[in-house]
Write a new protein. Structure first.
Length: 333
């Protein structure tokens, strides 16, 4: 690496710790940021060789243990890979770490049930609709035997009551490939994997709507080849409708189960009166009280959401103020 680039990378990394790394973790972070900055500045591609541990120790003035800790962290993010006999190289820099993080995050927040599936399905639908214009423009006026063959296999399996996960991801990868956008392709694949894993608990219900889902895929490719953006978007929405129906059904069943476990109809009725006020009050008064309580709950919810948005924005702004953008993982991925 040229002396100027080496000096710049080292200085950029030192800014993260104020120029004086105080602990082993600080020094490991310095090494991580120096390597990420080098990948960016030299536009290194997967497979490109990186400095050895000894060279990094000498260049950055850190111990071998700090270098090894940094390389271990970067390997977990699929940024670097180390192999005996080959040294340290730039890894695939895929979104695979995102798959695990998304699944863990959505599952932990939603708990048991359909929350994780619903969140990821919504994001997939937003992404598909957002890419619609580009996909239709790319495929309009063409005919792709491979896509029609995938849909035919989907339909055959659906008629036999068989799942077609392999064909499904093959279809979505082929469609997204038309955009010639590697990041979009990685994101579609990552979200599909998370979606597929989160969907396992609903498989029994999903099987009921396999044929409808397969037919929606057929309409998607046909609309794209016809250059009909409106039909394409409608087909995308139809593609997710069966899953949304299943999610709604599961949520309704969960609500019924929760209601049944709360103490029976008599206690539920008593609780409802207690929420609304005096059970002897006339119906009009109960309705007004319930409406007032609903408005208050909505105001509280809006205030909580606004506070959460403000807090997230503040954290993002603070991070941007103190960080060197070119030294962050997001700059590499």
């Amino acid at each position: 690496m040229p002396d100027d680039a080496q000096s710049h990378a080292t200085q950029g990394a030192m800014r993260v710790t104020g120029g004086h790394p105080r602990s082993g973790s600080d020094r490991a972070d310095l090494v991580m940021d120096a390597l990420k900055q080098r990948i960016i500045e030299e536009r290194l591609q997967p497979g490109a060789k990186l400095p050895t541990e000894a060279e990094l120790c000498r260049e950055l003035g850190v111990s071998r243990s700090s270098v090894r800790e940094a390389l271990s962290k970067l390997a977990a993010l699929d940024i670097v890979t180390s192999q005996r006999g080959k040294g340290t190289q730039v890894a695939n820099m895929s979104l695979s770490p995102l798959v695990e993080s998304l699944l863990l995050r959505s599952s932990a927040r939603a708990g048991a049930g359909t929350g994780a599936v619903e969140s990821v399905a919504q994001l997939r639908e937003y992404l598909d609709l957002g890419m619609a214009e580009g996909v239709v423009r790319a495929l309009s006026g063409t005919h792709h035997d491979n896509l029609h063959d995938i849909v035919a296999r989907m339909t055959e399996k659906a008629l036999r009551g068989e799942n077609f996960q392999h064909e499904d991801i093959e279809f979505h990868i082929a469609m997204t490939s038309a955009l010639d956008n590697e990041v979009a392709l990685e994101m579609v694949t990552a979200l599909w994997v998370v979606h597929s894993i989160a969907l396992r608990d609903l498989n029994d219900d999903v099987d009921e709507l396999l044929l409808e889902t397969a037919q929606a895929h057929k309409r998607i490719i046909q609309a794209a080849e016809d250059g009909d953006i409106f039909a394409y978007r409608g087909a995308v929405i139809d593609h997710y409708r069966p899953l949304n129906m299943i999610i709604d059904r599961h949520e309704a069943a969960q609500q019924r189960a929760n209601s049944g476990s709360s103490g029976g109809s008599a206690e539920s009725a008593e609780s409802a009166f207690g929420d609304c006020g005096d059970p002897e009050a006339p119906p009009e008064a109960l309705t007004a009280q319930a409406a007032a309580q609903q408005r208050e709950a909505e105001r509280a919810e809006r205030a909580e959401r606004a506070a959460d948005i403000a807090a997230r924005a503040q954290r993002a702004a603070s991070f941007a103020d103190i960080a060197d953008p070119t030294s962050r993982v997001s700059g590499v991925l």
